[in-house]
Every structure is written in C-alpha cells, then in structure tokens.
Design a protein around this ligand. Structure first.
Ligand code: CP
Length: 309
C-alpha cells in the first residue's frame, strides 16, 4: 500500500490495518529525521495547515504544530477563546473563512462528538480529528500503538488493558479500534459506573479488579478521570478511586512480570498513577509524546500527498 485509503483522518474506525502499517512505516522515517541535527524536510513547502482548537490542549496542539513545521508546511493557529466564534459565528462559516485564505488542511479539536465528520462533509479541505468530545482521538491511538510496537516489537497478540474513565474517553475508543485492527487483545478496567454498557459489543473484555487486569496484561494504558465531562459523581471520592484503580510502584512490583505503563496525559499524579510509576523505566509516557510528532508528521504527509495528486 503506497497511499492511505482515506482523504481525512476522522477516526480509527474508518482506517484499514494497511493504513496503520503505512503510517507507522512513514513515521519510522520521520522519527529518524527528527533525531538529526537538522530536524526538517522540505516535503510540504506548498501546503498550508490551520490548527483549530475549540478545546484545551497542550500535547496534541504543540505536537501537530511541530510536525507541520518539521515538514516545512505553512501553519496558522486558531484558538476558539480569542476568535469570532465568541460572537456567534458558525463552525462552517469560521472554517470557510479560514479556507478562503488558501488553506489546504484543517486539524481540529472540538468538544462535540462527530464535529470532524460534519466538517468533512461541509467544507473543501482535508480534515484531521485532533479529538472530538468523548468520541475519537485517532492520532493519540496511533502514537500509542506505535509506542507499544517500539517497546515490545509488535502490537499483534499483546494483551492491553485500558484503565480508568472509559465512559468519557475518546482515547479509549480510538485505542480499542486501533489495537483490535492490529490483532491485540483488549480489556477495559474501572468502576462499573465509568464503563459504557455498549463496550461488550466492541469485543472488549471487562475487568473491575485492577490486580487481575494487571496480571493479565502486557501493557496498561492509564486514563485520567475526566471531571470536566462529568455532571454527576461516578464514584464516592477521589481517595477511594485511587485505592481501587490507582497504580503504585508497590502494586507493580508485586506482579510476577514487568508490564509497560502508558498514559496519554495530562497525568493526575497520585490519582491514577503515583509519581514513582510515572517516572519509572516501565512507563513510556514521554516516549509516547516524542513519537506523537513522528506519527503526526506521517499522517499530515500522507494526507497532503493525496491533496497534491
Ligand atoms: N493526550 C492529549 O490529547 O493531551 P492534550 O489534551 O494536552 O492535547
């Protein structure tokens, strides 16, 4: 396969396994590039990209911007808080105004699930979903799988547990799709109140006992409790959540194998993982962030190649 099967990256559910393999092979090349003294290639000198963030972000926003600049694209950044969205402008009008400035590609984070799909049907540009509400976060899942492949050699056949607030997590859904597409076995673990009822329909195992989940897995992807998306209490207190679903070094050391710890960030140290876990050799959290640039370079490059045709 020499090109992606899609014109936009709206979610992992629209990708084939071959798309992921192509993205990873391309990311391998770009990872080598960004470790050179001159970390830049001229590939996208003729492409202009708008990064539209309607929700807060540190990693994804900076990672996309750096990826685009490493490819020599022209980049403009839009933050909803300082924009005319505050004066009532619609999403389509906002984006069409930006596109009339000769923009080729839009990277968008938005609080509403499906915002990327909606945009792709209503504007003429290649759209990359940088997280849409509690729906999908495809580049996060790609960089997560890429990091598993880097640490363990392959994703196929690995046991991966996603721990925590599955209900409000776009990272969980995109990871489930990506891991299954590559032949991994996936379980989720957390309080029943934070596990969606439909999860069994996705072919995912459910475990409410964290120790059992950790004994089963090769990789544990620890998620943050997304208090900002909750309008009710889903567990009695943060202290009790941590007692049951927090991973400490003592818990990891009591297992009879060494598992890999992942976290998409931002971390709540002392809630879902303790600092000694976050900073341990078992954790690949900063490797995930580093790989995010190479994986996003690959996604942007491959989608831009389709625009140029
Ligand atoms: N992992 C992730 O999406 O982090 P940000 O919200 O900081 O972009």
């Amino acid at each position: 396969m020499s090109e992606l099967s899609v014109d936009h990256l709206l979610g992992i559910k629209y990708l084939k396994r071959e798309d992921i393999e192509l993205i990873f092979e391309t990311a391998d090349h770009f990872k080598e590039v960004i470790n050179r003294p001159i970390k830049k290639v001229p590939s996208l000198r003729d492409i202009t990209i708008a990064n539209l963030f309607f929700e807060n972000s540190t990693r994804t926003r900076l990672s996309f911007e750096l990826a685009e600049k490493r490819l020599s694209a022209d980049v403009i950044n839009f933050s909803a808080a300082q924009s005319s969205v505050k004066k009532g402008e619609t999403l389509i009008d906002t984006v069409n105004n930006i596109l009339s400035m000769k923009v080729d590609m839009v990277v968008m984070r938005h609080p509403n699930p499906g915002a990327g799909v909606f945009l792709s049907k209503n504007v003429k540009a290649s759209i990359i979903n940088a997280g849409d509400g509690a729906h999908e976060h495809p580049t996060q899942a790609l960089l997560d799988s890429y990091s598993i492949r880097e640490r363990l050699g392959d994703v196929e056949g690995k046991n991966v547990v996603i721990v925590g607030d599955i209900l409000h997590s776009r990272v969980a859904l995109s990871n489930i799709f990506a891991l299954q597409l590559q032949g991994a076995n996936v379980k989720v673990c957390g309080p029943k109140t934070l596990i969606p009822k439909y999860i069994g329909n996705l072919g995912v195992g459910v475990e409410t006992d964290l120790r059992k989940a950790l004994e089963w897995c090769d990789v544990a992807n620890m998620l943050r409790v997304q208090n900002e998306r909750m309008d009710i209490s889903y567990f009695p207190s943060t202290r009790e959540y941590t007692q049951q679903y927090g991973v400490s070094k003592a818990l990891l050391d009591s297992l009879d194998k060494e598992i890999v710890i992942m976290h998409p960030g931002p971390i709540n140290r002392g809630v879902e993982i303790t600092s000694d876990v976050a900073d341990s050799k078992q954790a690949i959290i900063l490797n995930q962030v580093e790989n995010g640039v190479a994986v996003r370079m690959a996604v942007v490059y491959l989608l831009a190649s389709k625009i140029k045709q």
